[in-house]
Ligand binder design. Structure first.
Ligand SMILES: NC(=O)c1ccc[n+]([C@@H]2O[C@H](COP(=O)([O-])OP(=O)(O)OC[C@H]3O[C@@H](n4cnc5c(N)ncnc54)[C@H](O)[C@@H]3O)[C@@H](O)[C@H]2O)c1
Length: 360
């Protein structure tokens, strides 16, 4: 989601619940946003960020929690959408007391909201939060957690990309295609390995010299280019944004030579309407929140007691979901981003409605 962002007024944005939490002594100021529990408890990470104002923090949590409802619905999880923000500079504020105070507020919601990592929070923080609440995922392996979620994020992106390849070229493989990977971080590295295994040619870029060294040493067959502008303008079949948000914007989309865009980065569409420009140029875009759901699938599995093979199987189904969205987009004559939203809303309505059947 993101580009079809909601409003910063919870009373008109459709959220079920927005909770403000404060613990003055530790400096905790947090907002937990629950957009929907139609499919189950709301799951979404905690962002720890120095927002300029409380209004900015609120606007972010409302957008992010709504996005999680759509992401979890399309990931076929029995989970609703929520997210939390802690307002402040994690470098200065983060402490055991603050995290545990936050954990107690999460616990007070009695399982309506499960938290996880996001920008500014890490696996080690989830382990601390877990000392106060059962409703936390993204913990370390030693604490029964799923560990590094980028493993299944990359696997899911690869599956979404395979579905796009089938849609455009008739076969679910990247063999013989040139794929441009922008960002060789945690996800980009695993994705590069899957692409090479599948027989793709990889062109890549990263601003970090360490990432460049890693690819030279590990996969010398990968062609490195100077920057994203060079990557986008090069002769690639698929563009995989795996760095920051806003990769699809008024500078990149008009010059993009790829026929498919499929990558891990969140919020790739820089502004509303850009998905239409992509469609008009005949570029197939697999919505970011559909193909990058492998991470949330991985951490959500902790709720059942983490099992990597089960989680991987679920992430593999991102192939089927992407295929379904691309077909729906064709049938309804809308961009895939719109088709994905429609499918998510349909599942939330159809499955959420079943709770009205009285059981006892
Ligand atoms: N890790 C996950 O499980 C997960 C899940 C869902 C979505 N995502 C999204 O996927 C993206 C990548 O996540 P990650 O965990 O690999 O992050 P990361 O921080 O490990 O990697 C990002 C990489 O992008 C590089 N980069 C930054 N700016 C760049 C630029 N202008 N040009 C080229 N490279 C640049 C960085 O040097 C870094 O190597 C992010 O947008 C993240 O929000 C990640």
């Amino acid at each position: 989601m993101g580009v079809f962002a909601s409003t910063d007024d919870p009373s008109s944005s459709g959220h079920e619940q927005v909770v403000f939490c404060q613990d003055k002594q530790s400096g905790l100021k947090a907002i937990i946003g629950i957009y929907s529990t139609a499919l189950g408890p709301a799951l979404g990470g905690t962002r720890f960020y120095p927002y300029a104002s409380e209004a900015d923090a609120l606007a972010d949590v409302l957008d992010l929690s709504r996005g999680m409802a759509y992401k979890n619905a399309l990931a076929n999880l029995d989970l609703g959408g929520g997210k939390a923000v802690i307002w402040g500079d994690p470098e200065q504020l983060k402490s055991e007391a603050l995290l545990r105070a936050y954990g107690r507020f999460v616990e007070s919601l009695n399982g309506r909201y499960y938290t996880a990592c996001d920008v500014g929070t890490y696996v080690a923080d989830m382990d601390v939060i877990a000392r106060e609440t059962r409703y936390v995922t993204g913990r370390s392996v030693e604490h029964g957690g799923a560990g590094d979620s980028s493993i299944l994020t990359a696997w899911g992106v690869f599956q979404g990309m395979r579905a796009a390849a089938e849609h455009v070229w008739g076969s679910p493989t990247l063999a013989g295609r040139r794929v441009g990977v922008a960002g060789l971080g945690k996800v980009g590295k695993y994705l590069t390995a899957h692409l090479l295994d599948d027989g793709a040619e990889v062109v890549a870029t990263d601003v970090n010299p360490r990432a460049q060294e890693w690819v030279r040493a590990t996969h010398p067959q990968v062609t490195l280019v100077d920057d994203t502008a060079a990557l986008v303008a090069s002769d690639i079949d698929v563009y995989a944004p795996c760095a920051l948000g806003g990769a699809l914007n008024d500078d990149t989309v008009p010059v993009l030579r790829a026929k498919v865009v499929s990558g891990a980065a969140n919020n790739q569409l820089a502004h509303p309407g850009i998905e239409k420009v992509l469609a008009d140029r005949g570029i197939l875009y697999t919505p970011d929140y559909v193909v990058n759901a492998g991470g949330v699938i991985q951490v959500a599995d902790e709720i059942e007691g983490f099992n990597f093979e089960r989680a991987k199987l679920r992430a593999t189904r991102i192939f089927d979901t992407t295929r379904q969205i691309l077909r729906l987009a064709d049938d309804e004559g809308v961009p895939p981003a719109v088709a994905a939203d429609r499918l998510a809303e349909r599942r939330m309505a159809e499955v959420g409605r079943l709770r009205a059947i009285h059981l006892r």
